[in-house]
Design a protein around this ligand. Structure first.
Ligand code: PA5
Length: 432
């Protein structure tokens, strides 16, 4: 595995003896996870996603090929676990500016992750007269945000192509048998892809949920799988060098020492949605029974000029997890300027990535000096393989960490409450 984790900046808060004990605890939790004997063990299908079903993968690749050939835009409709993984991977591997780049693959628009009418209107207007397709994703098939968006985009698609042709441009990713979306897809003849029963939303990025939009953006599913394989080989082995065990052990140690907020700190705009995905993964998995670390995120260096003040000197509630990308795709150096009016010649010839990494080092040290312990996770690059490694590492670590915390990391009973109250306010039949 090429991902590495460095926990030395937490050693003022966790002694050698404590770390040893925490690692032993995390080994027990890993064993429970892999043996599938713990709470929520009917939602552990994601542990086998390093061996995807070839027929399903081939079908996804064929659908993506068709979308690339007949569409200038793909509207990906979904929320939560049916949205964040694909968005995180697209930004990480391609770019947050993917839609503005010159390319042979369609623009990808994400919809159905809220109720903003302005957001929907803007997406419809950006698509304009261009050819488009829809990938609607919902495991339950009943979530209101994507259902409303799907009705609107489906109407636009049917107006443009007629009902029969539109049906050939709609791909539904949902449960194999139940839910309103599955019934509708069967009735209208949409091509469907299955979200396995035993894979929860936040663990579903390496299923058709993530794979179809990513393949339509030209990302190689096999490269993602090679990253999952390499992460699983390292993260399922119970030894002290296992990075997932180490991460789970240290974050629980810090939590027990009173640090109840974890900040995911990145130095690349391409990681912004990786942080959003991570927040869902850890927030939904651990925030229950009155327990759990609150996951937050910052985009440095921009946020060093805003949130940096609080982190350096505010209430000592938090620790940080820095995520570093070792190699950039672009090499941009600071130009030499004869006049040196801005006094920057001391950086002339320096690569911006070098400067970015120095900023990261300085920030880690400054925050440590300000009594914010931190960890550093490093990935070699922004390749699909690296994304596969990073996301799988976080998933395995999340399972271990949730068991160390003593909760069921694979349910989300609290997510339902607002949905029910909203149904009452909206006047949905059967809710009062
Ligand atoms: O992780 C989860 O279970 C949730 O965030 C769901 O993914 C989210 O509520 C969307 O649900 P669904 O895919 O059923 O539409």
């Amino acid at each position: 595995m090429k991902l590495t984790i460095d926990v030395k900046n937490t050693r003022n808060h966790i002694s050698d003896a404590e770390l040893d004990a925490l690692l032993r605890e995390s080994a027990v939790s890993l064993e429970t996870l892999c043996a599938k004997t713990g709470r929520g063990n009917d939602f552990l299908g994601w542990l086998e996603l390093d061996h995807p079903d070839k027929n399903e993968t081939d079908r996804i690749k064929a659908a993506a090929k068709k979308i690339i050939s007949d569409s200038d835009a793909l509207v990906v409709i979904g929320i939560g676990g049916s949205y964040l993984g694909a968005r995180a991977a697209l930004d990480f591997i391609k770019s947050p500016n993917y839609n503005n780049m010159k390319k042979d693959t369609p623009d990808i628009y994400f919809a159905g992750n809220g109720f903003s009418s302005d957001g929907v209107a803007q997406t419809l207007s950006m698509i304009g007269d261009r050819d488009f397709s829809i990938n609607v994703i919902s495991k339950s098939g009943t979530t209101t945000e994507p259902a409303v968006a799907f009705r609107i985009f489906r109407e636009a698609l049917e107006k443009k192509y007629g009902k029969k042709e539109a049906a050939k441009r709609i791909y539904a990713t949902t449960d194999k048998a139940k839910g309103a979306l599955k019934s509708l897809a069967d009735k209208e003849g949409y091509e469907t892809f299955v979200i396995p029963d035993d894979v929860g939303g936040r663990f579903s990025v390496f299923t058709p949920v993530g794979y179809l939009p990513l393949a339509a953006a030209g990302i190689d599913i096999d490269d993602l799988v090679s990253g999952i394989k390499s992460a699983y080989a390292a993260c399922k082995t119970p030894d002290a060098e296992n990075p997932a065990m180490k991460y789970a052990a240290v974050r629980n140690g810090l939590y027990r020492a009173g640090r109840s907020v974890e900040i995911f700190a990145d130095f690349e705009p391409a990681l912004r949605f990786a942080a959003e995905w991570w927040k869902q993964l850890y927030g939904e998995s651990e925030g229950k029974e009155g327990k759990g670390i609150f996951p937050a995120s910052v985009d440095f260096t921009a946020d060093l000029h805003s949130m940096g003040q609080y982190i350096q000197q505010g209430a000592r509630l938090m620790f940080e997890t820095f995520v570093k990308v070792k190699n950039s795709e672009a090499e941009i150096t600071v130009p030499y300027d004869e006049d040196d009016g801005d006094g920057l010649n001391y950086l002339a010839g320096r690569d911006m990535t070098w400067i970015n990494h120095k900023a990261l080092e300085a920030t880690m040290q400054a925050h440590l000096n300000g009594d914010v312990p931190n960890m550093l996770i490093t990935v070699p690059d922004r390749s699909a393989r690296s994304f596969g490694e990073l996301a799988s590492f976080f998933e395995v670590a999340c399972g271990i960490s949730g068991y160390m915390l003593g909760v069921n990391p694979f349910d989300q009973p609290g997510v339902e409450d607002y949905k029910k109250l909203m149904f009452i306010l909206l006047g949905k039949p059967g809710y009062n």
